[in-house]
Design a protein around this ligand. Structure first.
Ligand code: AMP
Ligand code: MG
Length: 418
């Protein structure tokens, strides 16, 4: 075993992880398959948008000069033609004329304004239309290239594709996009006590809930989980699993390996020494956070990023969010995307912290005055996934913070959209 390692601060641990991550390769995917992926190349709009002067209302295309004297003179125009959306305007609008036009249709040459149908009155025979409001040039027209002109970068590299970004890419003419390859993350749960979560445990056994937790966290980060199942607390078996399955020998099988359990100081916590014997260079083993003090990071012989996470589910979750998530972001070209806290007012009490940065599950909501409130949750500690699953944020408190009272401002890291 290595000598007792010092505690690394969370800031330093995050820096040490990020120093060892380079962006992965990129690939082209169909835009329809790009949800949740991260652009490795910007998206450029291939045409002016809108591509033509476009009517924004149903009504009449007019020449504003014909109607500039609001409320005075003859405000009747001769109706000359009709332009539907998708139809090109064939005629030039002459003096004293109006053209029926629909939202999205091209404004004909000669016209410089659109009057809403609600502001007009059509004669009984449909030959003339009376305009009942003042008309100013360009009203209700989106001129060509108003939003962007051809060649404009509309999505920058590093953008994660959501519905709004996919919409913009489609409008810009990107039927495929270049994205970072999904980091491949192998997940191994260790512990003699584990049974698959699909089974009912008996005696001293418990369900392996961490395996599927990590798979979900990995997927949420836009990466691809590779389930390596479970291994017992046995040096030889662990060595075999680690050597055979995660790619130290078959280079490139996984970019990242996450192992849960067995990394602390218990008699059967063999993971650190087995990793070292497999050639992993351990960068740190303990981080000054609570929960999650045993948190290992190392580099495998072929560059695999190796994370050892504590077996307690909430500890593992917290360590993933603080260390593994940022590594997966960086691998997808988003270095420096670290979880950051926003301010909320505490509901309830919170005891003073120790020498470790501390995290508590909280439920954050906005009150009627618009203040964010962080509600403490009934939670039995790092082994309790049930109290934790109601949380939508982690309250974070610095080491050596005094006890906090109701109304105190505290930092919270959102875990989902608040
Ligand atoms: P360890 O990190 O191996 O010392 O385990 C710490 C605690 O987490 C123990 O109570 C384990 O039973 C529990 N634990 C370990 N692995 C898992 C897992 N895969 N799923 C749920 N609980 C686990
Ligand atoms: Mg264990």
């Amino acid at each position: 075993m290595s000598t007792a390692p010092a505690l690394t601060t969370i800031d330093s641990a995050q820096l040490q992880v990020l120093e060892n991550v380079v962006p992965g390769p990129s690939e082209n995917v169909a835009l329809a398959d790009s949800l949740g992926r991260v652009l490795s190349t910007p998206v450029i709009c291939d045409l002016d948008y809108p591509p033509f002067d476009k009517a924004m209302m149903d009504g009449y295309a007019v020449r504003s000069a014909d109607l500039s004297a609001a409320g005075s003179g003859d405000r009747s125009l001769r109706v000359a033609g009709q332009i539907a959306a998708g139809t090109e305007a064939r005629h030039v609008l002459g003096a004293g004329q109006a053209t029926q036009i629909n939202t999205g249709a091209p404004v004909p040459d000669g016209a410089d304004a659109v009057v809403r149908v609600e502001d007009t009155e059509l004669s009984g025979d449909g030959s003339t239309v009376t305009v009942k409001t003042a008309v100013s040039p360009q009203q209700h027209i989106d001129p060509r290239a108003r939003y962007v002109s051809a060649g404009t970068e509309v999505l920058e590299a590093g953008t994660r594709m959501g519905p709004a970004q996919i919409t913009a890419a489609a409008a810009a003419g990107a039927d495929t996009v270049a994205v970072y390859a999904k980091p491949r993350v192998a997940i191994l749960a260790t512990g003699d006590e584990l049974v698959p979560f699909t089974q009912r445990p008996t005696g001293a056994r418990i369900r392996n809930s961490n395996g599927i937790m990590l798979q979900s966290l990995v997927s949420e980060c836009g990466a691809e989980p590779i389930d390596l199942g479970m291994a017992g607390d046995d040096k030889d078996l662990l060595t075999e699993r680690i050597r055979q399955t995660h790619g130290f020998e078959s280079v490139g099988f996984a970019d990242v390996l996450c192992i849960t359990g067995g990394i602390s100081v218990g008699a059967f916590d063999y993971v650190p020494e087995v990793l070292e014997s497999c050639g992993v260079r351990i960068v740190f083993r303990k981080v000054a956070i609570k929960p999650g003090k045993p948190a290992l990071f190392g580099i495998g012989p072929s560059g695999t990023l190796v994370f050892g996470l504590p077996g307690n589910p909430v500890s593992g979750y917290v360590v993933f969010r603080l260390l593994v998530g940022p590594a997966l972001e960086a691998r997808q070209g988003r270095a420096g995307r670290l979880p950051t806290a926003i301010s909320a007012r505490l509901m309830g009490h919170c005891k003073a912290t120790t020498d470790r940065q501390s995290y508590w599950p909280v439920r954050v909501h906005s009150d009627s005055e618009g203040t964010l409130r962080a509600e403490r949750l009934a939670w039995a500690g790092s082994g309790d996934p049930f109290g934790f699953c109601r949380a939508n944020a982690l309250m974070v408190r610095q080491p050596h913070s005094p006890a906090a009272e109701p109304g105190d401002v505290v930092g919270v890291i959102p875990l989902e959209l608040l």
